[in-house]
Write a protein that binds this ligand. Structure first.
Ligand code: ACO
Length: 453
């Protein structure tokens, strides 16, 4: 059974060593001269990285701890090797398991993509049928979960409910803590992917005081989600096929995005080996923030605040003065147009043909037009990201603004789970535990209360 912590990588010999004088060019290595001691060290370069631990051998004396890197927010640190998602931020490329996002969005379905992300290969027909059958037949929740969801205040944010409800699921599946059992692990993954839409729909229905709608196994993953959200008195809910497909494509676009904030949370929490429900709850909590999955909600609020196309220049001015950020713009990795935003713009046209044009679209288009010509945004390489247009589509489809981040969390569950499993089975991984540079008070003696000034 592979366990992180028993890593062959961890037992490797130190990777920095004193360099020799004869160093021919063309070697895959880096020579570092420590000007404190005059010593030179040769550090191997692998995949465009050096091992941070190699720096530990660079010391001024045997008692010295050795050098570390300082990298707040991990802006230049690869913390894992991954085979799941490839992003080229400069070129605006996104591939899942090697397949371009554009091709998956055009030809695939969310459940097929989830299978691909989790298993590394597209399913054949039989595998696809079995996979869809398993997901479809694990959508029901334990009845106690209904009472749990109903116990929240009427105005509870659905993401708050999701964080708690997903964590609570672990108490129903005690065997889920057996994370190194491959069969059991798969069962929990199926359950999580299957139950996320049900939890999300129940959270929404509770917030608007409507009775819960149980899953309908005749419908697709997204068709059933729409059913559980929006079905009223009709005997059988029939989703609009354009909206059902649009939501499915949006789910494909959100399925994974390599080492983003919520995936890091999933991997970091998972590295201490809790059950996957607890780790996914951490992922949802990270996604909740307005700088991550909460951004599409913030985009809508921003567009409403701007009110009209004519007010866009004034708003851009405020952004440039640093008073606010242009939500849905900018990305840590993409320094080019986010390829997902390009696809979403096309979906928006299809959706608006069914629902009618969202009046906020004109403000969004004007924001994009002005920002893409403005040196502030151009010089910082700030382009629309996935969240810029997705909120407009969701709103037109009838989703309340509070549910937008939930619509991100549902499809991202497959990505989180694939990343979690990859981390668990990676012999180089251990419990995540970065270092710090201590900048606080030096050692000092306790002062009695009466003696404090
Ligand atoms: N509006 C205005 N200025 C911005 C924006 C923005 N949206 N994003 C970045 N900048 C500016 C910063 O002020 C900074 O300028 P400076 O160099 O003069 O100080 C520069 O661009 C670099 O910004 P950072 O904050 O260093 O970039 P970082 O990579 O840390 O942040 C982030 C990325 C968080 C996505 C940021 O662009 C942002 O806050 N965007 C708005 C929120 C958003 O849309 N988030 C969704 C991201 S996609 C997702 O999670 C699915």
């Amino acid at each position: 059974m592979p366990r992180s912590g028993s890593s062959p990588g961890a037992k490797e010999a130190p990777v920095a060593r004193v360099a020799t004088n004869d160093r021919p060019a063309g070697r895959e290595s880096l020579t570092i001269t420590d000007n404190r001691t005059g010593k030179a060290y040769e550090v191997p370069i692998e995949n465009g990285t050096i091992k941070a631990l190699a720096l530990r051998d660079i010391k001024v004396s045997p008692e010295d701890f050795g050098l570390m890197t300082y990298d707040p927010a991990f802006t230049n640190t690869a913390h894992c090797k991954s085979r799941i998602t490839m992003i080229d931020g400069d070129k605006g490329i996104l591939n899942y398991r090697g397949y371009p996002i554009e091709q998956l969005a055009e030809h695939s379905t969310y459940l097929e993509v989830a299978y691909l992300i989790l298993n590394g290969e597209l399913p054949d027909r039989r595998q696809q049928e079995e996979w869809v059958h398993s997901i479809t037949h694990h959508t029901f929740l334990h009845e106690t979960m209904k009472r749990f969801i109903e116990a929240f205040r009427y105005d509870a944010h659905p993401m708050g409910i999701m964080v708690s409800a997903v964590a609570a699921l672990s108490t129903f599946y005690k065997e889920a803590s057996n994370i190194f059992d491959p069969v059991g692990r798969r069962s929990q993954m199926v359950r999580l992917i299957a139950k996320m839409p049900t939890l999300a729909a129940f959270a929404y229905r509770a917030s608007v005081g409507l009775p819960f709608v149980y899953p309908d196994n005749d419908l697709s993953y997204t068709g059933n989600f729409l059913n559980m959200l929006f079905r009223m008195a009709e005997a059988k809910y029939r989703p609009n096929p354009v909206l059902e497909r649009a939501l499915d494509v949006l789910f494909i676009l959100h399925a994974d995005h390599e080492q983003n904030c919520s995936t890091l949370a999933m991997r970091a929490v998972g590295s201490s080996h809790p059950d996957p429900y607890s780790a996914v709850a951490a992922g949802i909590a990270a996604l909740y923030g307005p700088l991550h999955g909460g951004a599409n909600e913030m985009v809508l609020r921003m567009l409403k605040e701007i009110r009209s196309k004519d007010c866009v220049p004034e708003y851009i001015q405020r952004v440039k003065q640093g008073q606010t950020r242009l939500m849905g713009f900018g990305h840590r990795i993409y320094k080019n147009y986010d390829p997902r935003a390009r696809i979403i713009k096309q979906i928006a046209d299809q959706v608006f043909e069914v629902t009618g044009r969202n009046p906020l679209l004109d403000i969004a288009l004007e924001l994009e037009r002005i920002a893409l010509q403005d040196d502030y945004f151009v010089s910082r390489k700030l382009y629309p990201n996935v969240d810029f247009y997705s909120g407009l589509i969701y709103q037109s489809m009838g989703f309340p603004v509070e549910t937008f981040p939930v619509l991100f969390a549902i499809p991202r569950t497959s990505g989180w789970l694939a990343q979690w499993e990859e981390m668990l089975l990676d012999p180089e991984q251990k419990i995540a535990r970065p270092r710090q540079v201590y900048a606080g008070a030096p050692r000092r003696d306790y002062i009695q209360m009466d003696e404090r000034v």
